[in-house]
Design a protein around this ligand. Structure first.
Ligand code: 0A1
Ligand code: ZN
Length: 884
């Protein structure tokens, strides 16, 4: 049969093997005769030899394609005039420039991998990043081949009245057989991964945006008709993002129309296809009744993220996939800045760092650790990681710290103007920042090439006679796979000094003639160890280091509980106030874990309770910060701080600490809950979100007192809630309470919301993360529930993913049942959707950090997966790296 299958043996791709493409494409003309079971794709490529190439044969990528015909300059080729493998088409003899016409057939309704052209409900849509375009037609499917696309879509007019592709709409018409067609033209050359098409019968909400130069842009959001009332927030966010990118980065939109389409089946959050962003419905649809504050927040940031890619990713793209962080790290930084500007900068920083430390630090310490610019991969889909995204953003953020905001803007302006229309590298990005600021960033670039989280050891010594503080900063970085030794990084350390009353002290080094005019300054550590001498200090200062988390490092700085409590109260930097509180909690809780392990009485120091009481009672602190300062570090994060993670001890201690705080601060929680529980019309703004977050933290503690009155209060909140934030917060708490009220709450919630996919996913999640002993039993039962489908990535993540990642005490059950469950599900999933299957393996990332029995059980489950027949390259790569 004439079908090219996926490649047989997983192969390693290496950065060192990069070669410029042998052929370039000027224009692409594609015609799709759309049909769910068989779509016919006719492509016309105007190709020419690349003067910078190696002069090799013309090779195109193609997978899962049924080839109908090939013609070169109008002449149909016979079977012996080309060669096919499972994943390539090779033309041995081509002129210096030529036109290649290829007709292929594809089968969207058989596509459960959700790469290439696929069916989601009644919608036909595409996902081409990173290597999905080769499942649509034969093409040099690599990002450094950029071409101008013209796309004609032909489809049944009744079934698919909307036909969308990239660029501007050029022409359309009706056909006699009941089909219609629409032609799209995208004037901006782009790589194949940014191609998209959508066909559907969709509701469209429109708006307008006037760009900085006065051009009118039509904005359109396409959703299933039943979701017509859930588009306002995304549309608002889009307008905010467009204005923000003009104001902050000087970037203007460049087409007549910008479209967003929501689909229910999607492997990731969203995709930045040129002019036609395709979104996971969960990352775009919102109404106060169905979406939580966190959802609203995420939607704003993802809409921003995809929009910002129009410049950082699309106009300037990646040369190859090793450069993925060029677009992702920079774009994440941009979306973080955007969210900070739209909401609260302090809260944004805390949440970003919290996520980085809990997810990325774990990745960097595990078997999949890789540099921000990896050296090799088997399956590129596996490298859409927190390292590429979040650590990548931190690296660009450090460039901003080192250059200052103006210098950084000069650098990004130069980058965009120098490389507009090109496919470039992270080195090109750094070079633009260097050139615009007359800086040498050679050593800084180690952040791109060395994996692992550096450790920053801080020591402070005060000499009262000399009135000098000596601050010694040392760095080291643990070995990671393939990188036993590391060279020193450039680490910007933002710091300040405080007096005993909490005032900022002068920051003057012994090499300087006066103190800097600021309460925070940045010390740059470039050596393995450096000592900085601060002078004219009449009292011993309290040192505040790494303010705003100025570098993605682990700080080792011995401080007693009193000092941390002092910083929690007095640091001038709100991030560090929160962080001091977290360090204090971690220090105390880890000691309690040791007490628990040796059967000693658990000792919760008074100073912690006292500090938390002050935080709770202080009306001058933003309630969102209070909420975060009162939140305990997660079990997973605590586990990551131990040499051998003791799941059960951590669980017991965390629960105990929560109950103790709840008992002691009960009156305060009560007062604040009542004050915050005011009826108001839901709005998405920082102030209301802050109030709801603190209110629900208070409710959580009140429930932890075990007082039955509080259960009634929780049920009352659920009953009266006019928004999903308050309703879901109540349900989460009820699900951890055994008894008939729990079952009733779950049943009532489902009955009310069963028609809404996003809400049903939340219903699956609260059960998956429940504390009660029946969690796995319930999860297994829910796999058979009509609301669950293994083919829907959101369902999988909500149920299986949440259980395995966010229910550590049950996932790590001593009998290995959690591990066996995950292994079974991964093998089932791998047959349907390898990307989603491989991602679920992440729950085993830290498997070597548990006790010997659990390690053995996890190893057995990993080996069962590794030994299975016909693994996808995605799962193969991760499971083997875990076991290596
Ligand atoms: N570039 C997108 C993320 C994305 C990556 C891969 C996908 O399919 C395999 C889909 C989306 C972003 O950063 O938003
Ligand atoms: Zn992105």
């Amino acid at each position: 049969m004439n079908i090219a299958e996926a490649p047989a043996q997983p192969q390693i791709t290496r950065l060192d093997d990069y070669r410029a493409p042998d052929y370039l494409i000027d224009t692409v003309s594609l015609e799709f005769e759309l049909d769910a079971s068989e779509t016919r794709v006719s492509s016309k490529l105007k190709m020419r030899r690349n003067p910078e190439g190696q002069g090799g044969p013309c090779i195109l990528n193609g997978e899962y394609l049924t080839l109908v015909s090939i013609a070169l300059d109008g002449k149909t080729l016979a079977g012996n005039e080309y060669q096919r493998t499972t994943d390539t088409l090779l033309l041995p003899q081509v002129p210096a420039s030529f036109e290649l016409e290829v007709v292929t057939l594809i089968h969207p309704d058989q596509n459960t991998a959700l790469e290439g052209l696929y069916h989601s409900g009644a919608i036909l849509c595409t996902q081409c990043e990173a290597e999905g375009f080769r499942r649509i037609t034969y093409y040099p499917d690599r990002p450094d081949v950029m071409a101008v696309f013209t796309v004609t879509l032909i489809a049944d007019a009744k079934k698919w009245p909307m036909l969308l592709a990239n660029g501007n709409r050029q022409a359309s018409g009706e056909m006699e057989d009941g089909r219609h067609w629409v032609r799209w033209h995208d004037p901006h050359p782009k790589p194949s991964y940014l191609f998209a098409l959508v066909a559907g019968d969709l509701y469209c909400q429109q708006d307008q945006f006037t760009t900085m130069s006065g051009r009118q842009v039509l904005l359109e959001i396409y959703v299933d008709p039943e979701n017509h009332n859930k588009c306002d927030h995304a549309l608002n966010s889009l307008k905010q993002a467009m204005r923000w990118d003009e104001d902050v980065y000087g970037r203007e939109y460049d087409l007549d129309v910008f479209m967003i389409v929501a689909v229910n089946d999607f492997n990731m959050g969203a995709m930045e296809n040129k002019g036609l962003n395709i979104f996971n419905a969960a990352c775009v649809l919102a109404s106060p009744e169905t979406a939580t504050d966190a959802d609203f927040y995420t939607i704003q940031s993802i809409v921003g993220h995809e929009y910002f890619h129009n410049w950082s990713g699309n106009r300037v793209t990646c040369r190859d996939w090793f450069q993925l962080s060029l677009k992702e790290g920079f774009t994440v930084l941009r979306d973080q800045q955007f969210s900070a500007d739209m909401n609260s900068a302090a809260v944004q920083r805390i949440d970003d760092v919290d996520q980085l430390r809990s997810m990325q630090f774990a990745e960097d310490a595990g078997p999949m650790a890789h540099p921000v610019r990896p050296d090799s991969y088997i399956e590129i889909s596996n490298f859409y990681t927190v390292t590429i995204y979040e650590k990548g953003a931190e690296v660009v953020g450090m460039l901003k710290t080192l250059t200052g905001p103006e210098g950084f803007r000069k650098g990004t302006d130069l980058y965009f103007s120098r490389h507009d229309g090109q496919a470039v590298t992270t080195d090109d990005f750094v070079k633009a920042i260097e050139d615009a600021n007359q800086l040498d960033l050679t050593q800084f670039k180690r952040w791109y090439s060395q994996a692992g989280t550096p450790v920053l050891i801080v020591e402070a010594h005060y000499d009262a006679d000399k009135q000098v503080l000596e601050l010694t900063l040392r760095q080291s970085c643990p070995a990671t796979p393939g990188q036993p030794e590391k060279q020193p990084f450039v680490i910007p350390v933002a710091m300040g000094l405080l007096s005993s009353s909490g005032a900022s002290l002068p920051l003057q080094l012994d090499t300087e003639t006066s103190a800097v005019d600021a309460e925070t300054r940045v010390l740059t550590l470039t050596e393995q160890s450096q000592t900085f001498r601060f002078i004219h200090l009449t009292e011993e200062p309290v040192v505040s280091v790494l303010r705003g988390f100025s570098a993605p490092v682990k700080v080792k700085f011995e401080r007693d509980n009193e000092t941390l409590a002092f910083l929690m109260a007095h640091d001038r930097d709100s991030f560090n106030r929160w962080d001091a509180g977290q360090q204090l909690l971690i220090q105390i809780m880890l000691r309690m874990v040791e007490q628990y392990q040796s059967d000693k009485t658990l000792d919760l120091p008074e100073i912690l309770l006292d500090r938390l009481q002050h935080v709770l009672d202080d009306p001058s602190i933003d309630p969102a910060l209070v909420a975060r300062m009162l939140s305990l570090p997660s079990e997973n994060y605590l586990a990551a701080q131990m040499t051998i993670a003791d799941v059960d001890a951590i669980h017991a201690v965390r629960k105990y600490v929560k109950q103790q705080i709840a008992q002691r601060l009960k009156a305060g929680f009560n007062t604040r809950y009542q004050a915050l529980n005011q009826a108001q019309v839901y709005e998405f703004n920082a102030s209301q979100m802050a109030q709801r977050s603190l209110k629900n933290v208070c409710l959580g503690y009140l429930m932890a007192t075990g007082d039955p009155m509080q259960t009634q209060r929780c049920l009352k909140q659920m009953k009266q809630a006019d928004n999903m934030t308050d309703l879901l917060a109540g349900l989460r708490l009820m699900v951890d309470q055994p008894g008939p009220e729990r079952e009733h709450a779950l049943r009532a919630f489902y009955e009310q919301w069963q028609h809404d996919r996003q809400v049903v996913d939340k219903w699956l999640t609260v059960q998956a993360v429940s504390d009660l002993p029946d969690a796995l039993f319930r999860v297994k039962a829910l796999l058979k529930h009509p609301a669950f489908s293994m083919k829907n990535p959101n369902n999988v993540r909500a149920l299986i993913g949440q259980f395995c990642r966010n229910n550590p005490v049950h996932f790590h059950a001593k009998d290995g049942s959690g591990y066996r469950f995950l292994a079974e599900q991964i093998l089932l999933l791998d047959k349907l959707n390898p990307q989603v299957a491989a991602r679920q393996l992440g729950a085993f990332n830290s498997w070597r950090r548990y006790d010997a029995e659990r390690q053995a059980l996890m190893k057995k489950s990993l080996s069962d997966i590794a030994g299975a027949q016909d693994l996808s390259a995605d799962v193969y790569e991760i499971v083997n790296k875990y076991l290596a």
